[in-house]
Design a protein. Structure first.
Length: 351
């Protein structure tokens, strides 16, 4: 028992060390890590790369493997649940009545087009779907959240996260001058960047560089996209359970939603996510509640981010670089084409 605990602790410590180094790199005071006081490079991707680099340079002790695997799953589930404290349904409904259907439509189109392009290019459907989810919802976070449900391996998570982060950074650089060239208003550019750019820090870096009003609108649109993560995850779980039963020839449509199978379809961390979102929307997670003068929502979000970075570092520690390189450049090409197509579709609907 004691040796098992030590193994878990050693794996957790290695992953935590990688996450700390990644966070320090994330804050480096020069581009692309810092642009106008914002940090658009996804710290989750940096954590994953540091974990991968650590394993490539130093290897991974066999005794630390159980702790690394535990960190990649348990800490990820906890961090996802805590993300619910960021969601405020009332704010989304109040400020995005005009844009919510546009956001939903563009998310749907991004999911369909990205996966279709990937499959046409010869990319495995699971990897194409991961890139599609990262492109449509919220970058690396969405990939991390759904990777377990899709049964993705560490190499697929690493490559899909690298893809969406790369093109999110291209959007940070290219969208503001394009917006000026197209003479987009603050509200138009806020909608466009909120729909097209992948990760939340990248959305903020893109939209706020265009103007404060554009930044505020983009953030609301981005919150709408993040909110869609919950129903998407639920649908993916339903589909996974159905496929498992078909594979074992035990599919009974009348019992698909049987309470006995509720946690297969609706995992506990998703339930916790929705409960926290409801609590935040009802004002129970108040800005007035603080610990050492730090607001409670800030504490929860910081904890979620830290745990997710450790989980991503753990996934990086499990990646075999040779397998990652073997996948080839096609997923990156698919991600680029998808980003361009979604940018054009959303722009045509806005102007």
């Amino acid at each position: 028992m004691a040796s098992k605990v030590r193994a878990h602790i050693s794996g957790l410590l290695i992953a935590s060390l990688c996450a700390i180094v990644a966070y320090m790199i994330h804050l480096l005071p020069f581009p692309p890590f810092t642009i106008e006081s914002r940090h658009p490079v996804d710290p989750l991707l940096i954590s994953l790369i540091i974990g991968l680099s650590y394993r490539s340079c130093f290897g991974l002790p066999q005794g630390a493997l159980p702790g690394v695997r535990w960190s990649s799953k348990a800490l990820l589930a906890i961090s996802i649940a805590l993300l619910g404290a960021k969601i405020d349904f009332s704010v989304i409904v109040k400020h995005s009545q005009e844009s919510i259907w546009l956001s939903v439509f563009c998310v749907f189109m991004a999911l369909v087009i990205t996966e279709w392009l990937g499959v046409k290019l010869g990319v495995k459907r699971r990897l194409s779907r991961l890139i599609a989810i990262g492109t449509a919802i919220c970058g690396g976070t969405a990939i991390a959240v759904t990777s377990g449900t899709l049964g993705a391996n560490e190499e697929e998570v690493a490559l899909s996260m690298a893809s969406v982060t790369l093109f999110g950074l291209l959007c940070v650089v290219l969208l503001p001058p394009l917006g000026l060239w197209l003479d987009l208003s603050q509200s138009q550019f806020g909608l466009w960047s909120g729909i097209v750019v992948h990760a939340t820090p990248q959305v903020m870096a893109t939209a706020y560089s265009y103007g404060a009003e554009a930044g505020e609108i983009a953030l609301i649109v981005k919150m709408t996209r993040i909110l869609l993560l919950a129903p998407l995850l639920l649908l993916l779980n339903i589909w996974r359970v159905r496929e498992e039963r078909v594979a074992h020839q035990t599919l009974d449509r009348s019992t698909l939603f049987n309470p006995a199978h509720i946690f297969k379809v609706f995992p506990p961390f998703l339930l916790a996510f929705l409960i926290l979102a409801l609590c935040n929307s009802m004002g129970f997670i108040s800005q007035d509640l603080s610990l050492y003068k730090i607001e409670l929502p800030t504490i929860i979000m910081s904890l979620s981010k830290a745990l997710m970075m450790i989980a991503m570092a753990a996934i990086g520690l499990l990646v075999e670089l040779s397998k990652l390189l073997h996948i080839g450049p096609k997923p990156i090409i698919g991600g680029l084409l998808s980003t361009i197509v979604i940018a054009l579709i959303s722009l045509s609907l806005i102007i």
